[in-house]
Design a binder for this molecule. Sequence first.
Ligand SMILES: [Zn+2]
Length: 419
Amino acid sequence: MLLLLLSQWLTTSEIKRLTGARVYENKVVYRGKVARYVHDNAVKYGGNIFPLEKRWKGKKLYVRADQLAPILLHMGGKWFWDSEKKRFFKGKPNIRFVMGRTSDGDKYVVTVKAASPNFKVKEDPDSIVIDVKGLYGKFWRIVGDGNFVSIVKVIQKRKSTRFVVHLGPGANGYKVSRDGNTLRVVISKLTPKKASRVTVVIDPGHGGRDAGAVGNGYKEKDINLAVALKVARILRSKGYRVILTRTKDEYVSLYARARMANRSGAHLFVSIHCNASRDRNASGMETYFLSESRTSQERAVAILENSAIKYDIGYVQPDEPVGAIIGDLLQNLLLEQSYNLALSIHRAALKMALTRDRGVRQAGFYVLKWVMMPSVLVELGFITNRKEAKKLASPSYQRRLARAIASGIERYIKQQGGK
Ligand SMILES: [Zn+2]
């Protein structure tokens, strides 16, 4: 609780007292204007979708003040959130941030115009950190084109603004130049390894020292790999480009899997897993797409799958920029596509009458949070159920599962207008 109070999480009554804005479970009301929740963690106002995470603690509803401030600014307020001092302050934006593709589409330009020429820039291979005096306040995160720039994180302080520009999977490199009060970052394109073909990442869950769920003498990692290899074979035979995050029994961190996917410029990501339950009778297939879990059972599955993180050395915390950023990108923009992909795979499996229908569900998987494309996680069945575990381990059943998953993927690609 103390942690919540010291951080950017504020109760709705604190927010009302400090800013006059009223935040409800389903909307934000400010100056007679309304921003409505469109997803679990995002509101829509004036054609923009803003992340606005909320959390119940007992009877109190908490929301992220740093995310709320830019929304209030759009609704006619003057509120900024000081991410250092953790408090609201009033101000006037005086920084312009613009980005876009050059007319030939070959380059992408990020322009920051400030009141003063005092830029501080840190250049990293995957990101550019720009510190500048003045206030921006307009957005907490700016979504890029998904190719050159994945996302820009904006950290607002009392007197300065930090922009963290994260390069996308299509960026090759960049050059920073300054001209008085204007700073420009010109990002060049990745040489076209970029797929003209539809590219699918198949991600066999776990591997190596991380066995995943274990039950009835079977290890999840082995079943995941066997099915994934079969899915890949089918998709390749249909002309799709397939990237497997592992092809043998080896350990690959969740972050490395996501990065592999992001770097490849793939169009969709399917992670393959087996479920486990204390209830030995639990059986059936579930297809997940990313979001905060809504039921305790969904949360249990997310915890189970996320526990692979403990094997990761040097993994990126979900609270660190990359994890959090991609999470928001996905939640705000790719959620619907991910849902459609999940539905398509799930329907194909049901049509083949493979398994008991446990539905399409939402949960917060790290691996899905980090990929910047429509992504789902398929739980093939329960390794803890004796009958189902035996089935899952049999090559003929694995082939049927693989066919169902591949046909669901293909149906989705065709829906999206792919070949
Ligand atoms: Zn798993």
